[in-house]
Design a protein. Structure first.
Length: 673
């Protein structure tokens, strides 16, 4: 088995060329002999996992983080969590350019999955594969889910995308060029859901050779269907009538003859996807309970909810539908000093922290329980238990020393650099195990959650409200279950009534299409953000919610904890002199290490030094950034003419809204934004 896996992995790595027209056939694995046993099908499927185990938690050399937070950094560069270095491509208009390469318009993963269907399915249909029929069908189901996930990644990045169900002879250039015809987003979405329906029918839950749920399962496919349908349905709703929706005003697909007969009932499509989301979500949420949160102190306790993010073996938690084992040797999720004591180059924002409700179910500004934010201990007092459990504060226990005494967390390390830095003063504790260690603090291996049932609860609540405009009985049951686990008064109606949207504008999720949303929708989004903290959903959510339009004309400045109050006293040298240095009004001093209190009492991580800092004045936005540009190499190889005189109108491709067909060009204004 190991030998087969190694050979197959080697072959797949050799054919991972990105150029769609330059593919090599996979005949090196001799399909006449291969795909003949259930074991071979399972091996091929597992190898395809290597591309992307999860839409949020990617396991490749760029995302393994031996210094600390690892997967819990995936919400960095949003409005809820930020990194030491901000993402200028994302938030500074004009920085991101049209690539002269493919711009990720490539088909390697899809090619390898379709190769499986081309060669394995005829054998399956002819009854020529030996082994357990249950196993055979499960592995085929895995491949349907893997193709669905590959297409979903392309849909999120590009919107409209070609639908290719079988591989094409590389000698047939005309067919290869034609295969680049982009199908409208809603059609791609329906194709994805069809693949997931096939996966759900075929897959076991879990596979017979996987008692720990380390392989994809039927339940994982249901949850992924819920996620995909919500994304597409909410995108179509929030961008309705614009160039970012098929058939909308300025939709670039109208320029192609192959779309001449295209028509769409946009409201019907919105309802279709939201209904699909609700049905798939309900199937999970009605059957799988949430892990208990005993709400006991994080340190040295046996709280199942906390341990669900820290244990090495997650198979004991029914809420976890699919998870990955990791190890320090293999470069997996290992926590060391950077996360246990330092900030690991990441941190929560003030806006996010402020959004967590009080135990009485009220927003902080409307509750008598709110203790203020002069001290980190006050911030967590009487708060949503998710914040209590997953936010570090000074003088909390870090570990137990061999003499029985407790090692305590230091003040946020805002003055250090690199991997240890506390970016905002609000440091992340999710996934960190308190342990016995005299020297470095916790060094741990933890399983990584890929899919958990709580997302289904959230997906149903949101989809049902968008579709029907109310919180139905099922959504109410799910919402109360989430709040009860979080230690919050379950009466969400009083939360909605007390919500002042003018005071909630500190998060981008308060907006859609440049306007503040209603209080019910905001509280649904609030619940999602608090439950999924640091789990990598935020960027996708902000885009499908169309939450950045207002940044086109008004910048968004990230803030952290209230440094310029009593907490500034944490940063003194032995003689009592402050270690904090800040610039004058022009922001030009090179030795500044914190932001100027004249601008805000709260630490502004991107407003410390102005020189060579495009984020100094805050996040900006261009509408074109909701989708990515297709790289120019793809237009070149699918068009006609000589270099420097290429007729791009011949290409079946069309560029995304606001993006030119010129390598190195910046985004342009999109009409209607």
């Amino acid at each position: 088995m190991k030998k087969v896996y190694y050979i197959l992995a080697t072959v797949l790595s050799l054919i991972s060329c990105n150029d769609f027209l330059d593919r090599e056939p996979l005949d090196k694995i001799t399909p006449e002999v291969y795909f003949s046993t259930s074991e071979q099908l399972g091996t091929y499927a597992i190898t395809c996992y290597a591309y992307k185990l999860n839409d949020n938690y990617t396991f490749n050399s760029n995302n393994k983080d031996g210094y600390g937070l690892g997967v819990f950094k995936l919400d960095n560069n949003t409005d809820v969590q930020v990194a030491t270095e901000g993402d200028q491509d994302r938030w500074v208009p004009g920085i991101l350019k049209v690539s002269d390469g493919d711009g990720e318009w490539e088909f390697a993963e899809i090619y390898n999955i379709n190769y499986f269907f081309d060669h394995a399915m005829p054998k399956y249909q002819a009854g020529q594969i030996s082994g357990s029929r249950t196993d055979i069908e499960h592995y085929i189901g895995e491949m349907y889910m893997l193709r669905a996930r590959a297409y979903f990644e392309k849909l999120k990045k590009f919107g409209d995308f070609p639908i290719i169900k079988t591989n094409i002879n590389i000698a047939d250039k005309e067919a290869l060029v034609k295969a680049n015809e982009r199908r409208p987003m809603n059609e791609v979405g329906r194709f994805i859901l069809n693949d997931l329906d096939s996966a759900i029918i075929l897959m076991s839950s879990p596979a017979s050779d996987d008692i720990k749920r380390n392989r994809l399962t039927k339940d994982a496919a249901l949850l992924f269907k819920s996620r995909t349908a919500l994304y597409i349905g909410s995108w179509l709703k929030n961008f309705k009538g614009t160039a970012f929706v098929p058939g909308g005003n300025g939709w670039p697909g109208v320029s192609k003859d192959y779309n001449s007969n295209f028509s769409i009932d946009i409201d019907n499509e919105i309802n279709f996807f939201l209904t699909e989301c609700m049905e798939a979500s309900k199937e999970i949420a009605d059957r799988i309970p949430l892990t208990e949160n005993t709400q006991t102190d994080y340190s040295f306790s046996n709280n199942p909810y906390v341990q669900m993010y820290t244990d090495k073996d997650l198979s004991v938690y029914p809420e976890v539908l699919f998870w990955s084992e990791t190890n320090l040797i293999g470069g997996g999720l290992g926590y060391g000093f950077a996360h246990s004591k330092g900030g690991s180059g990441s941190g929560y924002t003030k806006g996010y922290i402020n959004s967590f409700l009080m135990k009485d179910g009220m927003p902080a500004y409307a509750s008598s329980l709110y203790a203020g934010d002069e001290n980190l201990k006050n911030v967590k007092q009487n708060r949503d238990n998710r914040l209590v459990q997953f936010l570090k504060i000074k003088d909390e226990a870090l570990s137990i020393k061999s003499d029985g005494s407790k090692a305590l967390l230091p003040a946020p390390m805002i003055l250090t650099t690199a991997e240890y830095k506390s970016v905002t003063g609000y440091d992340i504790k999710k996934g960190l195990t308190m342990s016995v260690d005299d020297k470095t603090g916790p060094v741990q291996e933890s399983g990584v959650i890929e899919y958990r049932a709580a997302e289904a609860y959230l997906n149903y609540i949101e989809a049902s409200y968008i579709k029907n405009g109310n919180v139905d009985g099922t959504a109410e049951k799910y919402w109360k279950a989430l709040r009860e686990r979080a230690g919050i008064d379950t009466d969400f109606h009083k939360t909605i009534q007390a919500t002042d949207m003018g005071k909630e504008s500190h998060l981008l999720s308060a907006y859609t299409a440049g306007q503040l949303i209603d209080a019910t929708m905001y509280n649904i989004r609030r619940e999602r953000a608090c439950e999924l903290m640091s789990e990598g959903f935020r960027w996708d959510d902000l885009r499908r919610w169309r939450s950045m339009d207002q940044l086109i004309n008004q910048k968004y400045i990230v803030e952290g904890f209230k440094l310029w109050g009593e907490m500034q006293n944490w940063y003194m040298d032995e003689s009592g002199q402050s270690l904090l240095k800040y610039t004058g009004g022009d922001g030009s001093s090179k030795d500044a290490n914190v932001s100027n209190p004249a601008n805000s009492n709260y630490l502004r991580p991107y407003q410390i030094v102005k020189d060579n800092n495009n984020l100094y004045n805050g996040y900006g936005w261009m509408a074109a950034y909701y989708l990515s540009p297709i790289g120019m190499s793809q237009f070149n190889i699918t068009s006609s003419g000589n270099s420097g005189n290429i007729d791009y109108t011949i290409s079946p491709l069309y560029q995304n809204p606001g993006w030119p067909t010129e390598a190195g060009a910046s985004a342009e204004v999109v009409n209607g934004f």
